[in-house]
Ligand binder design. Sequence first.
Ligand code: FDA
Ligand code: NAP
Length: 435
Amino acid sequence: MDTSSLEAYDVVGIGFGPSNLSLAVALEEGPHQVTSAFFERQPSLGWHRGMLLPSAKMQVSFLKDLATFRNPATRFGFVSYLHDVGRLTRFVNNQDFFSTRREFHDYLEWAESKLTLKADYSCEVTGMSAVPAADGGPARRIRVRMRDGAGGTRTVEALNVVVSTGLVPRMPAGLEAGEHVWHSSGFLHRLREREGRPLRRVAVVGAGQSAAEIVRYLHDHLPEVRVTAIVPSYGYAIADDTPFANQVFDPEAVDRYFDGSQRSKDAIWDYHRNTNYSVVDDEVIRGLYERAYADEFSGAGRLDFRNLARVTEARPAAGGTRITVHSLADDETYGLDVDVLVCATGYAPMDPTAVLGDLDAHCLRDEAGRHRVTRDYRLVTGEGLDAGLYLQGGTEHTHGLASSLLSNIAVRSGDIARSITARLLSGAATKGTDA
Ligand code: FDA
Ligand code: NAP
C-alpha cells in the first residue's frame, strides 16, 4: 500500500457515543491544540436510540454531563444547553436532578453541533495494525482500517487511538435474535419495522431497568398487547441510588478501586452491584405495581408476571415463537406461545479485541486474561509498540463500576486528554522516523 498520502492525526477516536463525544469536548477545550478524527458506525449521533422510550428518565444527575465535573465553567455543559434552548428556568422549577433520556439525547446532539470537530459517520472500524518504525525501534504509529458508508474502505494513521465502542447486547444462552425474538437494545426499531401487523402477545424477559421500562411502555402505549413479564427474581428489585452508596461513582472512587487489592475490588462489586445491574428505579417499580393492581382489579388481564422464572429456549412457531420457561419455584418447565419475545437480558462489557485486530497481540494481559490498563486508561503494550492506545469502557476490572456509565465521563475524558497531550508534548509518540 502507498501510505504517503494517508490522513494522519494525533488522536483517532473509535466510536462516537457520549464517552468519545466528551473526549472531543475535552480536546477542544484545550489548552493544547491536537489534530483528531472520530469514526462512528451509525449514520448520525445516536445514544441507545432503540430504548429512547418517551417517559424514560436519566439515571445520573444532569450535572454529570459531558464536561461539568472536569470544567464547571465549560460551555458544553447541560446548564449551557438549557440556557441556549430557553428552558433553564422551567427545568429548575421542576426540582428534578434527572432529565428524560430524550432531553439528554437532545443535549448530546446540541453539544455535538457546538463542536468545531465533525465526526465521520457510517464508518465502522474493522481493525488496526502497528506501523513499523524505520529505525527498528518500537512502532509509534497506528494504522486504523474501516468500512465507510459507501461500501468502500478507508485507512488513517494515528499516534494515539481511543477505543470507545460501548456495551455489547447479551442474549440468553442458546437464544438468537430474529424476527420474533428481539434484544431490548433494538426495541423501538423492531416495533417500528412491525407496524401494521397485529401484535397481541409479548413476553419480556429480565428484571433490570430495560425490562421494566419495556413492560411499562407496552402496557401504556399498546392497549391491544397482553404482556407476560418473565422475572428471574421474586420481583423487580430497587436500584440503590442513596447518597452513601452513590459515592462509589465519585471520581475519587476510581483511584481507590484502581489502587485496591483484588479482594477490595471484589468486595466493591459484591456490595454495590445493586446500584446498576439487574435493578430498577424506585419510581418505575412503584408505577408498575400500581398498573398491575389496577389491571387485576379491572379484570383486564393485560399484565401477567411470572416470577422466579427464566427463559431457556425459543423456537419458531406459527406467526411467532414458542418459548420455554423454567420456573425456579417448582423446577418445572413449560411452553408459552407469543408473537414476540423481548430479551431485556443486559449487556456484556465493551471488548476491544476485535477492533484492536493485529494490535491485540501487542497488548499485555493479566493472569485472568484481561487487558492490563494504566490509571490513565492506557493499554499496557509490549516492547514492540509505543503508541498511545486508550480505552473508554471495558475497564471494569481495573477502574471499577463507573467504567460503562456516564457518571465519570467528564473527568475520565479529561484524564485521557491530559495523558495524550503530555505524551505528544514530550515527543514520546513522535520520536523517530517511521516507515
Ligand atoms: P455507547 O455505547 O453509547 O457508544 C459507543 C459507540 O461506538 C456507539 O455509537 C457505536 O455505534 C459505536 N461503535 C461500536 N463499534 C464501532 C466500530 N467498530 N466502529 C465505529 N463505531 C463503533 N449510564 C448512565 O450512567 N446513566 C444513564 O442514564 C444510562 N442510561 C442507559 C440507558 C440504556 C438504554 C442503556 C443500554 C445504557 C444506559 N447507560 C446509562 C449505560 C451506557 O453504557 C452509557 O450511558 C453510555 O452509552 C456510555 O457511552 P459510550 O460512549 O461509552 O458507549
Ligand atoms: P441488566 O441490568 O443487566 O438486567 C438484565 C436482566 O436479565 C437481569 O435481571 C438478568 O437476571 C435477566 N436475565 C438474563 N438472562 C435471563 C434469562 N434467560 N431468563 C430470565 N432473565 C434473564 O440489563 P438492563 O436492564 O438492560 O440494564 C443495562 C444497563 O442499562 C444498566 O446500567 C441500566 O441502568 C441501564 N439502563 C438505563 C436506562 C435509563 O437510563 N432509563 C434504561 C435501561 C437500561 P440475572 O441477573 O438473574 O441473570
